[in-house]
Design a protein around this ligand. Structure first.
Ligand SMILES: Cc1ncc(COP(=O)(O)O)c(C=O)c1O
Length: 313
């Protein structure tokens, strides 16, 4: 396959059947967003926002792009901006993993850190300030309608096509901006009204369930506010997941399935397993896996994993 630009390789990610971790009589599948060029679902959001702004004329040739990001969005925007010739500045909380900053810098981006104590909303405020001061284009992933629209136009139809004439009972996803949940959820609701949409959240920050927000380790999930693009009436059901369940489940996917995914992927799969234990015999469940384990080398996901060689047997 030959592409004109790396951006042409975004999307059309594979769906893989779970071989060993699914309970008996339930079929589980995962949609592997780490097959995107920069290894996360956020590549979709980045191309969506930049090309929408180009079409509208709100982003001018060579104009600087700025965004508040927990990492994956910054990495995806750094890639799209590098490919299209826009300078990019990421505003990021200093609580997020070091490898994320380095990846962005590798692609020519600037990374400005905000204190973890200021949470997600602190990053957003800083990005707004800088955009205003310098006349930069602010991507606004949490409010930009191009974000869910892209999932309505790509991720949703990909799933519907792959499951055409096949049974599907549940679609399970976490939320960060809510772009995936809203866009894919809306499409599935229209085309397959029998499918239950399940939204999962951190146990200590279940905002959709009406609980207060507390810091959690599931990077990319649930900032300390419910974003504008997230439509609360899309999910039929909410499931909460602890940090420990997320990490254990991501490790299990790596070890038992060879599916090398990040903490939120583990969290989404842990929620899918909870759904699976209560599901009817023969049920089919699809869970989203947003990114790769490689993005979490310096985090709890790899805690306790030895650096030295193993002793010879
Ligand atoms: C690492 C990561 N990126 C992205 C997403 C999805 O994000 P959004 O709600 O912005 O589509 C999630 C949610 O599961 C996530 O965990």
């Amino acid at each position: 396959m030959i592409y004109d630009s790396i951006t042409g390789t975004i999307g059309k990610t594979p769906i893989v059947r779970i071989q060993r971790l699914a309970p008996k009589d339930v079929t589980m599948y995962v949609k592997c967003e780490f097959f995107n060029p920069l290894a996360s679902v956020k590549d979709r959001l980045a191309i969506a926002i930049i090309e929408d702004a180009e079409r509208r004329g709100t982003l001018k040739q060579g104009q600087t792009v700025v965004e508040a990001t927990s990492g994956n969005t910054g990495i995806a925007l750094a890639m799209v901006c590098a490919a299209k010739g826009y300078p990019f500045v990421a505003i990021m909380s200093d609580s997020f993993s070091v490898e994320r900053r380095k990846i962005m810098r590798m692609m020519g981006a600037k990374v400005i850190l905000t204190p973890a104590a200021e949470r997600g909303s602190g990053m957003v405020k800083k990005a707004q300030e800088l955009a205003k001061k310098h006349g930069w284009f602010l991507a606004r992933q949490f409010e930009n309608e191009a974000n869910p629209a892209y999932h309505r136009n790509t991720t949703g139809p990909e799933i519907l096509q792959d499951f055409a004439a096949r049974r599907l009972d549940y679609f399970v996803t976490g939320w960060g901006t809510g772009g995936t949940l809203t866009g894919v959820g809306e499409m599935i609701r229209v085309a397959r009204p029998d499918v239950q949409i399940v939204a999962c959240e951190p146990a200590g920050a279940s905002l959709l369930a009406g609980k207060p927000w507390a810091p959690h380790k599931i990077q990319g999930w649930t900032p300390d506010f419910v974003p504008e693009v997230l439509k609360r009436d899309v999910p039929h059901r909410l499931v909460s997941v602890t940090d420990t369940e997320a990490v254990e489940s991501a490790r299990a996917l790596s070890r038992s399935e060879g599916i090398f995914c990040g903490i939120s992927s583990g969290a989404t799969f842990a929620a899918a397993l909870k759904v699976a234990t209560e599901a009817k015999q023969g049920a089919v469940i699809l869970a989203m896996l947003p990114d790769t384990a490689e993005r979490y080398l310096s985090t709890i996901l790899f805690e306790g994993i030895a650096e030295g060689g193993d002793p010879e047997p």
